[in-house]
Design a binder for this molecule. Structure first.
Ligand SMILES: Nc1nc2c(c(=O)[nH]1)N[C@H]1C(S)=C(S)[C@@H](COP(=O)(O)OP(=O)(O)OC[C@H]3O[C@@H](n4cnc5c(=O)[nH]c(N)nc54)[C@H](O)[C@@H]3O)O[C@H]1N2
Ligand SMILES: Nc1nc2c(c(=O)[nH]1)N[C@H]1C(S)=C(S)[C@@H](COP(=O)(O)OP(=O)(O)OC[C@H]3O[C@@H](n4cnc5c(=O)[nH]c(N)nc54)[C@H](O)[C@@H]3O)O[C@H]1N2
Ligand code: SF4
Ligand SMILES: [Mo]
Length: 704
């Protein structure tokens, strides 16, 4: 029996350390246990309800363990096993044929961070597709809009290490559900609370995190309408200026454009913001005063906040707040977002992605969030789609458009997967992928500063191959002769992280990346903007045709946007992460994960339910111009009137009518950063069937 150290690969901020117990006495090494590594400096021995049963995933009877060729219709899910040689020969000949007839841009790669480890995320894939000259994918579904918005103010994406919240006295959890999505940060927040810190949660949903708010301790919960936070921020600035809570010394020395901003927010009274956000003016003013008088004050956000048409501006505006109160002065003050940028600074993107392999060509960019449009409307059309590390049919907005694209007879689709996901069911060829315990890799965390080593605990199960091995095999099958397409994993790691001591990382299991020793990322007040200051006014935005000052533009698909649309679809739909046992769309299909979460539902406030004659358990139709989705009703006090929610993560087969939350969602891109506005979605809801008639449906869902 051996134990092997690894690091969780999921697209999750916690990047926990784990140990795998391996039994070597059964012919082939078998993983018999996986638990949190008690020595890991961040996760300290705890994993989560998703990964506590990771071994069930590795040895699931449903795992894809050999290549398969589709024999049924697209989406039907009927496949026959084939050999790797046959699969590769078929893919090579189809890709060559597409490239010959339509040009290399007719090939579209599609991937996300299903495995966010260094090699698995992008060890060889960019090299392979660059060498072909394939279309390039904009991977901005998660995070880049936050970074782009913050950089418009600070000139940098770098923020506070969330563990520094330990030193804060006021912690604003702004559009992030920490206890669900970032659970290993919660003990730090609790420790700060023990030392007297107060928390503020700002979320349109009374989430698990909001339920930790204790007004008796001076905590607050603010429940704005989705997409309106910028109005709240501008009113906070108004109060800071009006009540003279601005840190004038810091602003004089380290910010640019204060006078312009002060003028700009002069008419952003709490009353004006109250009318837009649905909050009480007095709550807005009190929050601003708390923020202006408590030190150190930290704001924590993650990714949910960017999923709006004005998601970039949300973060540009948010980044002005710490400047106004001089929060960056203090240890435990400032703005904490993803800390991936601290780790990525060490990456040599050119060495790994090899843009030189484009050889002067400049293939078109395709935004991943517009996959439906890319597959149905793009001209010249996409004729081959290669998917790995993602389940686009379930996770990309406007899913019915994606489905129409995947159904096309003249589209050749390859999916490299661990399971026959909804997306894989539309593939012509499905290839088996390894899990994290089957290959060595390095994990660059985005929720903390420890880079993690992952050792293969067992050899690949069945005929599964890692993502890098996939691209080596594809390159060989296509008779490509560019040597760098065949680099081995060790070479790739060293090329990607030239300044990191890979041997020490492998030996020690983790390594903390460089970060200012006094805990203050902008302690000297010098920012990498042209003026060297925080840009409350950013003149370069004018050249982009954007306002130089933080500005609230209501999302088109929302109460302050397109009035005709809002008249037809008067409810704002949110589709956030909701289940402790799911990680995006992963795990909902597994028997110890999915059924325990019940099934999909639409959550409504009692008044919205009553006005539609809806009772708990009724089957509701939720619809807009993109789709109509039928789901059971759950009436709850977590939402405010006018806002409804469907949890994200269930597959089509778990939904009573084979549609998913994302069938309804908005695929409009964000203002900056290439992200997408899932959370600016308007719908109408009505009763499809009464509760008594839906029991059959509910039990189907529960056993799915
Ligand atoms: N259990 C679990 N954990 C996860 C994941 C998972 O699927 N399951 N996914 C992981 C991934 S990929 C990511 S990116 C992170 C994301 O982590 P978070 O950013 O924390 O999660 P989200 O659910 O995307 O959004 C957080 C909150 O934003 C709120 N929100 C939406 N619109 C608005 C708005 O206009 N204003 C305000 N104030 N709030 C708004 C939503 O109601 C939601 O509660 O979580 C990671 N962790
Ligand atoms: N409505 C709504 N939609 C959302 C969100 C939301 O909050 N609401 N969140 C968005 C966000 S923030 C994100 S990050 C995306 C996440 O979207 P995805 O990254 O697509 O996430 P998953 O659904 O977990 O799918 C990952 C897939 O990768 C596979 N996989 C895992 N490891 C490997 C590997 O090593 N190799 C290969 N080939 N495959 C592997 C898994 O089996 C799984 O099917 O979803 C987005 N979609
Ligand atoms: S999914 Fe997140 S919380 Fe769970 S083990 Fe992985 S990194 Fe940790
Ligand atoms: Mo994400």
């Amino acid at each position: 029996m051996r134990t092997v150290h690894g690091t969780c690969h999921h697209d999750c901020p916690d990047s926990c350390g784990w140990t795998v117990s391996v039994d070597d006495d059964q012919g082939v090494p078998v993983a018999i246990g996986l638990r949190g590594d008690p020595d890991h400096p961040y996760s300290a021995g705890e994993l989560c309800p998703k990964v506590n049963r990771f071994i069930d995933r590795v040895y699931s009877p449903d795992r894809v363990l050999r290549p398969m060729r589709r024999v049924g219709a697209k989406g039907e899910g009927r496949f026959e096993p084939i050999s790797w040689d046959d699969a590769l020969a078929e893919i090579a000949s189809r890709l060559h044929d597409v490239i010959e007839r339509h040009g290399a841009e007719a090939v579209l790669p599609f991937s996300d961070a299903g495995n966010q480890s260094l090699l698995a995320y992008n060890g060889l894939s960019d090299r392979f597709f660059h060498h072909l000259g394939a279309s390039r994918l904009v991977r901005a579904i998660c995070g880049p809009t936050v970074g782009a918005g913050m950089a418009m103010t600070n000139g940098s994406k770098l923020g506070l290490d969330p563990l520094e919240l330990r030193h804060s006295k006021l912690i604003i959890l702004w559009a992030t559900n920490t206890r669900l999505t970032n659970r290993h940060l919660w003990p730090t927040i609790e420790a700060a609370r023990t030392d007297g810190a107060r928390i503020v949660v700002i979320d349109p949903i009374r989430t698990a995190t909001a339920s930790a708010v204790d007004p008796a301790r001076g905590d607050r919960f603010l429940q704005p309408l989705p997409g309106t936070d910028i109005a709240l921020m501008l009113a906070m600035m108004h109060v800071l200026v009006r009540d003279d809570l601005v840190d004038h010394d810091w602003v004089r020395d380290h910010a640019a454009g204060f006078d312009g901003l002060a003028d700009h927010v002069a008419d952003w009274t709490p009353e004006r913001a109250a009318a837009i956000t649905g909050l009480d003016a007095s709550d807005i003013a009190e929050l601003a005063r708390d923020y202006g008088t408590t030190r150190p004050a930290a704001i924590r956000c993650l990714v949910g906040s960017e999923h709006h048409e004005n998601g970039g501006m949300f973060h540009r505006t948010l980044a002005c707040l710490p400047a106004l109160v001089g929060a960056w002065r203090d240890r435990g003050g400032g703005l904490a977002r993803s800390v991936g940028s601290w780790q990525e600074q060490l990456m040599d993107d050119t060495a790994i992605g090899r843009p030189d392999l484009l050889a002067g060509r400049s293939p078109r960019w395709v935004n991943m969030s517009r996959l439906g449009e890319a597959l149905t409307e793009l001209d010249p059309p996409v004729h081959a789609l290669v998917v790995w590390n993602s389940n686009p049919l379930v996770v990309v907005p406007n899913a019915e458009a994606t489905r129409r694209g995947l159904e096309r007879d003249d589209l050749f689709t390859v999916v490299h997967e661990q399971f026959l996901t909804d997306t894989a069911r539309y593939a012509d060829v499905v290839l088996p992928a390894t899990t994290q315990i089957e290959s060595d890799d390095i994990v660059l965390a985005w929720g903390h500063l420890w880079m993690g080593w992952n050792s293969a605990a067992i050899p690949p199960v069945g005929q599964a191959v890692s993502n890098t091995e996939l691209f080596r095999r594809l390159a060989r099958a296509m008779s490509l002769d560019e040597p760098s397409l065949f680099d081995d994993d060790e070479t790739l790691m060293r090329a990607a992280l030239p300044t990191v001591d890979i041997d020490a990382l492998r030996r020690d299991g983790w390594w903390r990346v460089p970060y200012p020793e006094d805990g203050r990322p902008w302690g000297d007040g010098v920012f990498p903007t042209p003026s060297g200051r925080v840009e409350l006014v950013n003149p370069r935005l004018l050249q982009l045709g954007q306002p130089a000052l933080p500005t609230f533009v209501p999302p088109r698909e929302g109460p302050g946007g397109d009035a005709d649309l809002f008249a037809r679809y008067p409810l704002q739909l949110l589709t956030p992460k909701h289940h402790t046992r799911f990680l995006n769309s992963s795990y909902s299909q597994l028997p110890k994960h999915g059924p325990a979460e019940g099934g999909p539902f639409v959550e409504l406030d009692p008044t919205d339910a009553a006005s539609r004659g809806l009772a708990d358990g009724d089957l509701a139709a939720v619809w807009n111009d993109r789709a109509r989705v039928e789901v059971p009703v759950r009436i709850s006090e977590r939402l405010r009137p006018g806002v409804v929610a469907i949890p994200f993560g269930w597959w089509m087969r778990h939904h009573p009518d084979g549609r998913v939350a994302n069938s309804l969602t908005n695929d409009t891109l964000t203002d900056w950063g290439g992200g997408v506005a899932y959370s600016d979605t308007l719908v109408q809801v009505e009763r499809a069937r009464a509760a008594s008639a839906t029991s059959a449906t509910s039990s189907t869902v529960a056993s799915a």
